[in-house]
Design a protein around this ligand. Sequence first.
Ligand code: NAI
Length: 327
Amino acid sequence: MSTPFTVAVTGAAGQIGYALLYRLASGDLLGDRPVRLRLLEVEPALKALEGVVMELDDCAFPNLAGVEIGSDPRRMFDGANLAMLVGAMPRKAGMERSDLLTANGAIFTEQGRALAASAADDVRVVVTGNPANTNALIAYHNASGIPRERFSALTRLDHNRARALLAERAGRPVRDVTGMTIWGNHSTTQYPDVFNAKVCGVPADRWIADDGWINFDFIPTVARRGAAVIAARGSSSAASAANATIEHSRDWLLGTPEGEWTSMAVPSDGSYGVPDGLVSSFPVTCSGGDWSIVQGLPISAFAQAKIDASLGELQGERDAVRALGLI
Ligand code: NAI
């Protein structure tokens, strides 16, 4: 039997956690390889988390090699090969943006340090908790000794939403839509790029032949899909966010399919003029546990203006957390 793979999950008693843990334990991440779960929550949520663990036990998953819960990040990240940072401070009524950044800054500063202190040497980190890109920025700045390339933020949900919407419009199954890219921030300023995507191998804009739909319908629909789910369901995306967190991690660990790329927010190496170190979404391929940014995609003036707006927002967030002394 192979050595268990240790996955730490924060915010494990939350709604994404509830959709995520059973899939991790059932083999959706690494197939038959045994998985050990280490679940971090704030003290008041530990009781609820005990109930979640009871249900995990009751599933009798053959490849679940153990579950530990706790509220100390150093203990819960001990030996973690993968950390899914899902828990974050939600925006509450009357909260200013700077309050939100301060609250999350405290969480991701502490968790970055804890990862550096106790995670496995090969740890990889995906931040799902919002504001995801900037939380990842704070975490990597505070994780001295872990290469920044091991930190990422989730834009796979946006990527999947964009693929599904384009497939629907094209009248083709999702598998026929390739080469989708989300650029920028996981926020309403993101730029979902149809112009480098393909439908059945044909440039997607040519297949759709309706730039008005792409620019004024598709882009805002993808960017505001989270709010639409809240309006319909009464709570935010959870199953699809959990699914995206797993797909992001699986592609990173096991590789993207031959000839295809995905979207991940990663610390910029300066590609496409994105300022060095900013955690921005790019088209990436993964192989051997490493990602690399797909180079040379054409970016029109229209696309560049959209991407610049999202980068402006990310730089504003970076300036704010810098001013707070968090990075
Ligand atoms: P939730 O409120 O149901 O659960 C969050 C959990 O995190 C709570 O149980 C809370 O106790 C826990 N938590 C808070 N601070 C913590 C800390 N310091 N350490 C450990 N746990 C902590 O929220 P939900 O729906 O599960 O969403 C989680 C996050 O994911 C939110 O920030 C949400 O905005 C974000 N999200 C991101 C998406 C993406 O595509 N990047 C998509 C959907 C949600």
